[in-house]
Design a binder for this molecule. Structure first.
Ligand SMILES: Cc1ncc(C[n+]2csc(CCOP(=O)(O)OP(=O)(O)O)c2C)c(N)n1
Ligand code: SF4
Length: 290
């Protein structure tokens, strides 16, 4: 499954010479390029960036970005991202994983991250399959798709991340398609710049284990929201999220002003490592447990 070494070296987030673990043609490469271009264009200092992930093919992404990273357990990107953010809210934090990792194993964390609304960008590599474990159905697999495990076809309707995010009042919800590098970059830029939890579901073809949802399939089954689309209209966004004939791409919903969890908790700008410890108070607390 190796595709040689990462090329380039013009972008501060590139890692020239780094060996890549993805198959040739995988949509993850395009998503990675869009992410790095977005970060560079936003002028983000890579020393202030932390990318957190779970386990899977998409979850390898932070290993290929020249910045800080944390690779956690399957489905556990978001609690780790919350910990990073609360320890230093000045950091730019991105949580990145596959659809299985984020919506399946990590589903509970996904729901409660939205309820909390901390300032993290959630990028989901949605290839509608479990890539790393060789092609079992994921929560977003299309009904009827045959896999080595679902030999008679997937029985269930796919999980709808956009509708669920809207129901929980995520303040920024978007969908992109990795095959469209320029558009994906622009959507990711908006998501990272947004102050609050931003969900970006990105269609990412798995060219080895998903023969149904190919680059061509995504082209034929998606369309971009028109320029006059108003993303602040939640009811309209719901109607769009429920469309199945063709799947909308773009910023589906955005609403400024929802309080972030960091503010609800009263977390200040001083990072945890700079906090002064009151030795006497600490000792009194210890004594209280004796
Ligand atoms: C709790 C737990 N369950 C299952 C696994 C095995 N496992 C590792 S990766 C993976 C699927 C990854 O699929 P997805 O998150 O969709 O990412 P992709 O590889 O497609 O990018 C599974 C089931 C695990 N590591 N931990
Ligand atoms: S997601 Fe699919 S195409 Fe991409 S690296 Fe994994 S198995 Fe290969």
């Amino acid at each position: 499954m190796k595709n040689g070494n990462a090329r380039k070296g013009e972008n501060p987030f590139d890692m020239p010479g780094k060996e890549m673990g993805w198959c040739p043609g995988c949509g993850n490469y395009r998503l990675l390029d869009a992410l790095k271009a977005a970060l560079a264009e936003l002028g983000i200092d890579r020393r202030n960036l932390v990318i957190v992930s779970g386990i899977g093919q998409g979850a390898k992404t932070p290993q290929y970005v020249n910045a800080h990273m944390f690779n956690g357990l399957h489905g556990r990107a978001l609690p780790a991202a919350l910990g990073v953010k609360l320890s230093n809210r000045n950091l730019v934090v991105i949580a990145e994983s596959g659809d299985g990792c984020m919506y399946g194993e990590g589903g509970n964390h996904f729901l409660h991250a939205i309820r909390r609304n901390y300032d993290v960008t959630v990028i989901v590599h949605d290839n509608m399959v479990y890539g790393l474990t060789k092609g079992q159905a994921s929560p977003t697999s299309r009904k009827g798709m045959k896999t080595p495990v679902q030999v008679n076809g997937v029985m269930l309707e796919p999980f709808n991340p956009l509708a669920v995010s809207l129901a929980l009042d995520a303040p920024f919800i978007a969908r992109a398609s990795a095959g469209d590098g320029e558009e994906t970059k622009e959507i990711i830029k908006q998501a990272i710049a947004f102050p609050g939890l931003a969900v970006v579901d990105v269609f990412q073809p798995c060219v080895v284990f998903n023969k149904l949802n190919t680059y061509q399939w995504f082209k034929e089954n998606t369309y971009y929201l028109p320029d006059d689309y108003d993303p602040s209209d939640r009811q309209r966004a719901f109607a769009k999220a429920l469309e199945t004939e063709k799947l909308p791409l773009g910023v589906l919903y955005r609403r400024e002003g929802r309080k972030v969890y960091e503010d609800l908790l009263g977390i200040g700008d001083t990072p945890a490592y700079e906090h002064k410890v009151d030795e006497d108070a600490f000792q009194r607390m210890l004594d209280g447990y004796r």
